[in-house]
Design a protein around this ligand. Structure first.
Ligand code: SF4
Ligand code: SF4
Length: 186
């Protein structure tokens, strides 16, 4: 049985307040499941999109914040396109990911937060991604050293993994952008 979220649990903001960042309130969901029937990850995830919305409505924080689904969502927006109420589940998931990390409820075994952190760190430093460095850092952080290793020769042969990465300038502008994002101004 999941615990009921206290309204002022974290930063004084409830799940419903956070999910309202998706512009249309999740309280308008009437569980028709059109979102779930079009979602590419629903069949293999631990929760389905309509269930996430229902849990948000009911303020069931533990179950939703520690779910694998919020990290597996690809932000494809198929659900919002299909939803008769135009509920933006991808944006709700974004807010839930932030909150899941802040409350240390990230489901064990998921590598998505690690990848996201490394990706954003590389963008912040260089302004561009150097795929080979990103892949090496990801493998070291997750200890998945040999996963997908068989694809490496062909990727190098096809020049998908240049040995030397490039930088772009405007570091100050990027820092300002990250600061605005941290303050929730974007
Ligand atoms: S499609 Fe919209 S209204 Fe229907 S269950 Fe999904 S979120 Fe709710
Ligand atoms: S945005 Fe996420 S929840 Fe919506 S259909 Fe795509 S993967 Fe599923």
């Amino acid at each position: 049985m999941a615990a009921v979220l206290e309204i002022d649990d974290i930063n004084g903001r409830s799940l419903q307040q956070i999910s309202a960042q998706g512009k249309v309130s999740p309280m308008l969901c009437y569980q028709c499941q059109k979102c779930t029937s079009g979602c590419p990850v629903a069949s293999r995830a631990d929760l389905k999109p309509h269930q996430v919305v229902r849990l948000v409505q009911m303020e069931q924080s533990d179950e939703v914040l520690s779910s694998r689904f919020i990290w597996e969502c690809t932000s494809c927006h198929t659900c919002a396109t299909r939803c008769p109420q135009k509920i933006d589940i991808a944006s709700i998931n974004d807010a839930l990911r932030v909150r899941s990390k802040a409350s240390a409820k990230v489901v064990p075994g998921t590598a998505v937060p690690t990848f996201n952190d490394l990706f954003l760190s590389a963008i912040r430093k260089r302004g561009r991604i150097h795929e080979l460095s990103l892949m090496a850092a990801f493998k070291l952080h997750t200890m998945r050293l040999l996963a997908d290793f068989d694809k490496l020769p062909m990727m190098i042969f096809k020049r998908k993994l240049p040995l030397i990465g490039s930088h772009v300038g405007q570091r100050r502008e990027r820092e300002a952008m990250f600061l605005r994002a941290r303050r929730g101004e974007m």
